[in-house]
Design a protein around this ligand. Structure first.
Ligand code: 4AD
Ligand code: MG
Length: 480
């Protein structure tokens, strides 16, 4: 039996005791002077220093203690004279569970570029940086469940394979078992999906919202937290083909209730990460400061990572309408001096990320919630305002990220919804069940979607979304 044993994190909290023998397992980060092993098992940011008495261990064994090797070590915990740690393990016995050929092991104890580490995604989790990122990701995920559970929300699993396109955006991955070399065709020469697995065309979900709305019509307050797929060909630092989304949906919430909930949620998650992963954040903060120092002074962010997180916690998000935002952008010196790639020349344009970032980083210098967008640039299900031109939409924009949350009050009026669907060519026949909720006990309701990776990006300060998900999927990349 390999268990029970203490993790590195647990043992570092123990008091030295010359009588008690501990057994510990983990991977070698470094081995110095044939004497000092720093051992990591990923349980926390700290490594355990293991001390081998000179002359006590066989030469052949010592040769096998290399960076990356997996060891089982028994020994006693003693007070450590080294700085930065209170205890260390004085080894009695060392067993190599898994050798690691130092010549071939790609992870050397030195600084590697993030690009290189992405190519060795199967190993990068063993580095300090990715250890910190994925521990924070774990804390954030659990905090989301805690937040909603404590508020009485029901966690519901929406389908991953669907026949509908929730966003009406049409950038979906098809799911099929048809033989692509012999695709069955109908008389019109089109693919005959009636011969496919589901007897109709199916795809991976782009959002669980529509099914989430059905659940909110039964349980009042629900949330989903699941994978989402978008076949958009965007090679940016903010887009993935597979990402995780949190989608709460609430009956009897209007847009303001919706915004309040989203703001409270974001602050709660960030607060939990600061509380529970302070050392991981300190590490990432140092990394951030180093990177900032490389930049020309004018491009540096006015705060470090920790200050930025604290700032978001302490300040209310700025709330304004799309129309007000367009005015600010149009009148900005930036626009007048033609510094935007896409000039802001009229009401109705879709905001580009450069515009969002101007509002957040230059103008308000804090998170911003934009509401009441033109209906033509938003999805069919958003509630139409009295003006007939705008909808009860809200996007939350974060510094360094741009859009982190997208949501709305939903169109709960059957006639209005039907009309919007017709105007936007959303097939009524396919969404009969969605329309049904507006026929059978409809009610005002709202919801939003939080892109989980964008949040983890914000918390960890990582510049590229591919570095905050263990195995990123993006155009041309589906390794591991
Ligand atoms: O704004 P989006 O497309 O909204 C929806 O899907 C709604 N159905 C949500 C709802 O109201 N229930 O996506 C929501 C969020 C975005 O704000 C962004 O943070 C993230 O999902 N997101 C992506 N994250 C990574 N890669 C992508 N390709 C993303 N597309 C959207
Ligand atoms: Mg959006």
């Amino acid at each position: 039996m390999l268990k029970p044993r203490l993790s590195v994190k647990e043992i570092l909290h123990q008091d030295p005791d010359p009588k008690q023998v501990h057994t510990i397992m983990g991977w070698v980060r470094t081995f110095r002077n044939n004497q000092f092993i720093s051992l990591s098992d990923g349980s926390g940011p700290d490594v355990l220093q293991v001390v081998l008495e000179l002359g006590k261990f066989d030469e052949n064994l010592l040769k096998r203690i290399t960076t990356g090797a997996c060891l089982k070590i028994s020994g006693k915990l003693v007070a450590s004279p080294a700085k930065g740690q209170s205890v260390e393990l004085l080894a009695d016995a060392v067993e190599v569970l898994g050798d690691c050929d130092a010549e071939k092991y790609p992870l050397q104890p030195k600084k590697h570029s993030l690009e290189f580490l992405r190519e060795i995604g199967h190993l990068r989790m063993r580095t300090q940086t990715f250890g910190a990122i994925f521990r924070l990701r774990n804390t954030a995920a659990f905090a989301i469940h805690k937040f909603f559970q404590e508020k009485g929300f029901l966690y519901i699993h929406t389908p991953i394979i669907t026949a509908s396109d929730a966003e009406g955006a049409g950038e979906m991955f098809r799911v099929t078992t048809l033989d692509l070399n012999h695709v069955p065709k109908n008389e019109a020469g089109e693919v005959d999906y009636s011969k496919d697995f589901f007897h109709r065309s199916a795809n991976l979900t782009v959002s669980g919202q529509l099914e989430g709305e059905l659940a909110a019509m039964a349980f009042s307050k629900i949330y989903t937290f699941g994978p989402t797929f978008r076949a958009e060909n965007s090679n940016t630092t903010r887009h993935l083909a597979e990402f995780w989304m949190i989608e709460p949906e609430m009956a009897f919430y209007d847009l303001e209730d919706n915004m309040n909930l989203a703001e409270e949620m974001l602050k709660y998650i960030i607060g939990e990460c600061i509380k529970q992963n302070d050392k991981d954040l300190d590490f990432l903060n140092k990394r951030w400061e180093e990177e900032e120092r490389q930049k020309p002074a004018a491009e540096r962010y006015p705060m470090n990572l920790l200050q930025r997180l604290q700032f978001v916690l302490e300040h209310p998000f700025e709330r304004l309408t799309y129309t007000q935002a367009i005015e600010i952008l149009q009148n900005s010196n930036y626009n007048k001096k033609k510094k935007f790639k896409y000039p802001v020349d009229r009401w109705g344009i879709d905001l580009q990320s450069e515009h969002e970032r101007y509002l957040v980083e230059k103008h308000f210098q804090k998170p911003v919630i934009l509401t009441d967008y033109p209906k033509d640039i938003k999805a069919f299900y958003m509630r139409l305002n009295e003006d007939g031109k705008t909808v009860r939409a809200m996007d939350i924009l974060f510094p360094g990220i741009g859009e982190i949350v997208g949501g709305s009050q939903r169109e709960e009026r059957y006639e209005y919804l039907l009309q919007r669907m017709r105007e936007m060519n959303i097939p009524e026949k396919e969404l009969w069940w969605y329309l049904d909720t507006r026929r059978f006990g409809t009610c005002p309701h709202s919801g939003f979607g939080l892109g989980f990776e964008r949040l983890v990006q914000f918390i960890t300060g990582m510049g590229n979304i591919r570095d905050v998900i263990p195995f990123p999927r993006f155009p041309g990349h589906v390794e591991f």
